[in-house]
Structures are given as structure tokens and as C-alpha cells.
Write a protein that binds this ligand. Structure first.
Ligand code: AHR
Length: 515
């Protein structure tokens, strides 16, 4: 009898031990020096003339009762400064290839109107133009990223824009700029050459676009002001690898600073689903689309490596995010959607992917900044709220310009209806003060997961943490309850014998700081 009990005890104990071990996922981190820097521009944003992004969003006009600086809302500026946004892309998107910049300079009362052909067919008065945008960037202390019009513009028009914005000497365009009140050039470095040239930017083939690009890029002179203009080619739609291959093959390396890539997490373009009222099934499908980013970035990078082994040309993911049906009752052309914990998880997991590919992904722009798609800020007249995605971007801002530390993790699976995704994602960096930041995301809608990190190997003794979590995936900040979801102090970890064991709740995003 005693023997049987002993066997039972050993069996149960061993089983529990191995069960417990299996339950803990090891995150191993290499604390090495020879790694790429996570370019802060990965944390970039995008403001298109679309819906209430610019007009009625950023820009309310200087006669508005909403506190503003030259027409731009002060509360938005303050919130974005706290986010440390490194760059802002403007004026589109599809709008960029319809935009004629000369219509947006000079006295506002003389500016012609433009009908926004892609987004709701609304008539705009061009009161927000080049000066307004570049002054806004100065206010935000952020780098402008101007998207040039190739689709309906001309080579001369884009060359003139570069001269207007960047030339410090005497020229027709710099004289015009000075006449319009700006003496010093802005020295804008990042320039897009068209947008989605395969679609709204002109329905071009990759070969045709590559030829056009060479022509446009030739006349976009640096004017020796920026220390190297970064000309960014309109890139592939998600998995169109032929597009990247054709561009890399046909555009000489000295004519190009970046190749773009656009990928939205959309379940089905015909039936995108509600932004708030969604099932776990739809959540799982959104995350399937979001995590595709890993494969996309890996494969586009591999193509770029063939032609550019020294990685001089950046992969610029200048449109990414979740795209759902518009809020009920809003203009379908305005792409206004709410933002839930689903979006927070999507943002964290995507930023981890970008961080871990920092050698090639050096610019990225969340679509979009204010009131459009996966926005970080929503406004309603005088009210403004910060979305869960805002909070994730703020938590992750500690990775900006820090050294990437390579990781390896064998994630447990998040299984739903017989399909699986890796439940955990992570990225780690070391900043210039030696602080180590570990971001963790659990996309699992139901289960918490445990992660173990060897602190001794990492050389850290103390850890603090912040978490973004909520009781329901559908939870969001509303104008009635704008602070429902906010980062809080995270205490869900234990330190034992130099090992850090973290319990990551379902659908949560965590940032740990170690020193
Ligand atoms: O971000 C909304 C739109 O999505 C952009 O205008 C376009 O580039 C993309 O298709």
C-alpha cells in the first residue's frame, strides 16, 4: 500500500512539475552590443485629407472656440507631443495624388477649392496647406513626411514643391515662399513619390511605375539642405512581392531611400465588421491579418536584401492598422471608427514585429492619427479622447532610438475554432541610459500566459511595469467615459533566484523596465 502511495506521489509530483514547466514560456534575450537601433521613425503617424482628420480634426480654424494655435487644436498638439511622434505623413494617402500644393499657399481667401474625390466627395477650401502643415510639424517637434503627387501631377510640380520647401538660396520657388511669410527653408527630408501607384495613385504596373519614379526622383533635388533627401517609392500592397522585386531591380540604389509597404488588418473588404461590436471569431481573424505583418516584412526584406545587401534602403510601412466598418450614422467616406482593446493588442504585436526587424524597417506610419481608421485621438466638437492605441504607442515610445536586443521565444498557441496563432509577442531594447525595456503582448482572448526571463543573463536587478488591460476585448474609451482604458502599474511578476516570472493576462499589453 505504502509503495503504491509513493508511486502515486512521485507520479503526481513529477507530472505537476513538468506541467508547470511546460506552462512557462522562456523568453531568452541576448544582451549584445552589435545590434541595430530601433529607428524612432517606426513610431510615425499619418494625417490625410480624409473625413475629420485635418478639417474638423487637427484643424478647426483660428476663429474656432476650441483653443487653437493658428487654427490647430492645442489639445491635439499637447497629446501628440506627449506621444513623442517622430514623423507625420501628409497629405495622403490617395488624396496625395490629387493634391496640387500651389492651391494651398498664399492668402487663404484666394485659394481655389478642391473636391476630395476619394473621400466623401466633399469640397475643401485649401485653408490647410503646406505652411500650415509644416508649421504644425514644428509645433509638434516632429519630422514632416510629404507625399508627392505623381498620379495627377507633373515632374515640374513636384520638383517645384521640393524647391519651395527646401531651397535656401534665391530661386522662383524660394522667393514665393518668402513672399508667403517663411524666410528659412523647412529642410524636409522624407518625400514620398506617389502613393499606392498600383491603385488610387494611377493604376500603374510595377514596371511603368519604376520608370516614372526614376524620372520624378531625378528632378527632386536635395538642394544641399537636408544632408540627403529620402525619396520613398510607392510600395507594395501587402503580399505583392513582384512589386518590390521590380522596384529594387529597376531603380538604382542612389535614387531611392525607401520602399513603402501598405498592409491593413481587414477581415474582408466587403464586410469588415463593426469596430466595437465583434465576436471572438472576428477578433481572431483580425489578429490573423495583423500577424501577417511578420511574414510580409520578412519576405519583402529578403527581396530587398538581394539588391541591397548593406540595407541602405529602408522598408517604409507607411500605412498599417485595423480597418473596420465606419461608426453607425457617420459618412461612409470618412472612415471614422472606434478603437478597442483589439486595436491595442494589434498595435503592440505590430510594433513588436517592426522593432524585431529594425535592421530594415526604419519608418512606419499608423493609419491614421486623428478621427480616421485606427486613430490615436478621436474628437467630437470640443471633446477629445485618447484611444487604447494611443496608450500602447506611448508605452512603446521608450523603444524609440534604443538598441534592439535580439530575443527568442517559443510562444504557446492561441487556438480558436481549430486554428492557431502564437499567443505571445515581445520585443526588447536597451536605451542610451542602459535601461532595458521589454514589451509583451498576449493576444489570447481567454488565457493568461506565463513568461520567464533570466535577469542575471540580462544584467538587471530591478523591474517595474506598466500594463494596458481591460475586462472585455470590446472595451474602449468613449466621450462619456474617456479614461476607461488607461495604462496602470503592473505588478503581475515575481523575482525568484534571478528569474523573472511574468503572468501576462489575456489580451493585454505590458511594458517592463529593467535596470
Ligand atoms: O488610409 C486610407 C487609405 O488607405 C489611403 O488613402 C490609401 O493610401 C489606402 O488605400
Amino acid at each position: 500500500m505504502k509503495k503504491a502511495l509513493l508511486i502515486l506521489f512521485i507520479f503526481t509530483f513529477c507530472n505537476q512539475t513538468s506541467f508547470a514547466q511546460k506552462e512557462i514560456t522562456l523568453l531568452s534575450i541576448k544582451n549584445t552590443a552589435n545590434t541595430p537601433t530601433i529607428n524612432k521613425n517606426i513610431y510615425g503617424h499619418f494625417a490625410e485629407h480624409l473625413g475629420r482628420s485635418i478639417y474638423g480634426g487637427f484643424f478647426v480654424g483660428d476663429t474656432s472656440k476650441i483653443p487653437n494655435t493658428n487654427g490647430v487644436r492645442n489639445d491635439i498638439v499637447d497629446a501628440l507631443k506627449k506621444l513623442k511622434i517622430p514623423n507625420l505623413r501628409w497629405p495622403g494617402g490617395c488624396f496625395a495624388d490629387t493634391y496640387h500644393w500651389k492651391d494651398g499657399i498664399g492668402p487663404k481667401e484666394n485659394r481655389p477649392t478642391i473636391v476630395n474625390q476619394w473621400w466623401g466627395g466633399v469640397t475643401e477650401d485649401n485653408s490647410f496647406g503646406t505652411h500650415d502643415f509644416l508649421n504644425l510639424c514644428e509645433l509638434l517637434e516632429t519630422e514632416p513626411y510629404l507625399a508627392g503627387n505623381m498620379g495627377s501631377g507633373t515632374v515640374q510640380e513636384l520638383a517645384d514643391w521640393v524647391q519651395y520647401v527646401n531651397f535656401g538660396g534665391k530661386s522662383p520657388m524660394s522667393d514665393l515662399r518668402i513672399k508667403n511669410g517663411r524666410k528659412e527653408p523647412w529642410k524636409v527630408k522624407m518625400w514620398g513619390v506617389g502613393n499606392e501607384a498600383w491603385g488610387c495613385g494611377g493604376n500603374m504596373t510595377a514596371d511603368y511605375y519604376a520608370g516614372e519614379y526614376r524620372k520624378y526622383a531625378t528632378f527632386m533635388s536635395d538642394w544641399e539642405n537636408t544632408g540627403g533627401l529620402m525619396r520613398i517609392a510607392s510600395g507594395a500592397n501587402s503580399a505583392d512581392y513582384n512589386w518590390t522585386e521590380t522596384l529594387m531591380k529597376n531603380i538604382p540604389g542612389n535614387m531611392i531611400g525607401g520602399v513603402a509597404l501598405h498592409h491593413y488588418s481587414v477581415i474582408d473588404w466587403a464586410k469588415k465588421g463593426d469596430a466595437v461590436d465583434f465576436t471572438e471569431d472576428l477578433y481572431f481573424k483580425t489578429m490573423q491579418q495583423a500577424l501577417k505583418m511578420e511574414e510580409l516584412v520578412t519576405k519583402h526584406s529578403a527581396i530587398m536584401d538581394k539588391y541591397d545587401p548593406n540595407k541602405k534602403i529602408a522598408l517604409v510601412v507607411d500605412e498599417w492598422g485595423g480597418w473596420y466598418d465606419v461608426e453607425k450614422g457617420s459618412n461612409p467616406g470618412f472612415l471614422y471608427q472606434q478603437n478597442t482593446m483589439r486595436d491595442a493588442v494589434l498595435a503592440g504585436a505590430t510594433l513588436d514585429i517592426f522593432n524585431n526587424h529594425a535592421d530594415r524597417v526604419r519608418v512606419a506610419n499608423l493609419a491614421q492619427c486623428v478621427n480616421v481608421l485606427q486613430a490615436v485621438i478621436l474628437t467630437d466638437e470640443t471633446k477629445m479622447l485618447l484611444t487604447p492605441t494611443y496608450h500602447v504607442m506611448q508605452m512603446y515610445s521608450v523603444h524609440q532610438d534604443a538598441k534592439l536586443l535580439p530575443i527568442s521565444i517559443k510562444s504557446p498557441l492561441y487556438t480558436h475554432n481549430g486554428e492557431s496563432l502564437p499567443a505571445l509577442s515581445a520585443s526588447v531594447s536597451k536605451d542610451k541610459n542602459g535601461l532595458i525595456h521589454i514589451s509583451l503582448v498576449n493576444i489570447d482572448a481567454k488565457k493568461e500566459h506565463k513568461i520567464e526571463i533570466d535577469m542575471q543573463e540580462l544584467g538587471i536587478k530591478n523591474v517595474t511595469g506598466t500594463i494596458l488591460a481591460s475586462s472585455k476585448l470590446q472595451d474602449h474609451n468613449s466621450f462619456d467615459n474617456p479614461t476607461k482604458i488607461q495604462p496602470t502599474t503592473f505588478k503581475g511578476f515575481e523575482i525568484k533566484k534571478g528569474k523573472l516570472v511574468i503572468t501576462v493576462p489575456p489580451f493585454s499589453v505590458i511594458m517592463l523596465e529593467g535596470k
